[in-house]
Design a binder for this molecule. Structure first.
Ligand code: SF4
Length: 216
């Protein structure tokens, strides 16, 4: 079983318990449909990072304030703004299924979330390759809405990436993204290698790391 399938099953709440054959068949079927429908797109831009206080920093012309993000960005000199989406066809398929086949719709929600995560990891690996040429190392992704990094920062992030034009990603007044299976995030880049876990600080064994994004 590949990592993406394992994650989808975990999102469905099976934990360490074996998934039944019927659900497993639905998972495989959902991934096949998603492969056909998903129009994966992503965008990123690299900025210099100016940190003016422990919890304040400037990206481009935008000032941001967050204690969690400030700690996570410690030692970083650059910051990457990142956006990715699976596209509108996935939303249409999910909407259709929620009327015709609710059981599959639930499974497909988890599969789409796992596929988006996997795609973001692939994009991040590509960015890591590019910035390594400049002697930079990436931290895990950090999205608005995580910890005390206010969800309202999603708006300037999306503007700076020109997400509507570049990847067809927009946002409602209540910060819901359209297409729904989309991500915006910042990624810190430092000159010292922390050997970050691709799945983020929660999955990382360095419990005493100064930059943990989940420290309170
Ligand atoms: S806890 Fe691990 S993943 Fe998080 S910043 Fe530290 S080294 Fe990187």
């Amino acid at each position: 079983m590949d990592h993406m399938t394992k994650e989808a099953i975990r999102y469905l709440g099976y934990g360490k318990h074996a998934v039944d054959d019927k659900t497993f068949a639905l998972v495989e079927d959902s991934f096949r449909d998603l492969e056909d429908a998903a129009g994966r797109k992503s965008i990123y831009r690299i900025f210099d990072l100016q940190q003016t206080a422990d919890d304040r920093f400037t990206i481009g012309t935008v000032e941001m304030q967050s204690r969690n993000l400030g700690r996570y960005l410690g030692g970083c000199c650059r910051i990457i703004l990142f956006g990715a989406t699976l596209g509108t066809a996935v939303d249409r398929m999910l909407a259709r299924l929620s009327i015709t086949d609710m059981a599959k719709a639930v499974v497909m929600q988890s599969c789409a979330a796992a596929m988006l995560e996997e795609y973001c990891d692939e994009c991040q690996a590509e960015i890591a390759g590019r910035v390594s040429e400049e002697g930079l190392f990436l931290r895990p992704r950090f999205s608005p809405g995580y910890g005390d990094f206010d969800i309202r920062y999603q708006a300037p992030l999306m503007q700076m990436l020109d997400c509507a034009k570049t990847i067809g990603l927009t946002m409602t007044d209540s910060y819901m993204m359209t297409p729904t299976k989309s991500v915006t995030a910042v990624i810190g880049a430092s000159r010292t290698e922390e050997k970050c876990h691709i799945k983020g600080c929660e999955a990382c064994e360095k419990k005493d790391c100064t930059y943990r994004r989940d420290k309170v």
